[in-house]
Design a protein around this ligand. Sequence first.
Ligand SMILES: [Zn+2]
Ligand SMILES: [Zn+2]
Length: 107
Amino acid sequence: MTIGDDDQWRTAPTRCSLRIKAWRCSRVAPPGRKRCPQCNERTQRVNSRRTDALRERYAQRKAGGMCAYCGRVAVDRYATCTDCRLRRSKNWYARTRRSERLESSLV
Ligand SMILES: [Zn+2]
Ligand SMILES: [Zn+2]
């Protein structure tokens, strides 16, 4: 890549990267943003609706003694079943290890 290419890349308007199936937005996004204002608002709306639904489901399952993630019978004292608890703790372990590795490489 030459310096000229790099400059062009930096000054060219960012196109909205939102893609839904075959449709692609590609409206011009404001500087420093990946998405145009319309798509930003749209995804925010969808996300907030989704988290609301998830929170509701979580509360319902927890109250009913079910795993909050898969809906199977939860283990006593926990909000999740053994499978989900192990999977989640494994994920957490992997994340921690990765961040620790990053930190050690910075030192
Ligand atoms: Zn867009
Ligand atoms: Zn589960």
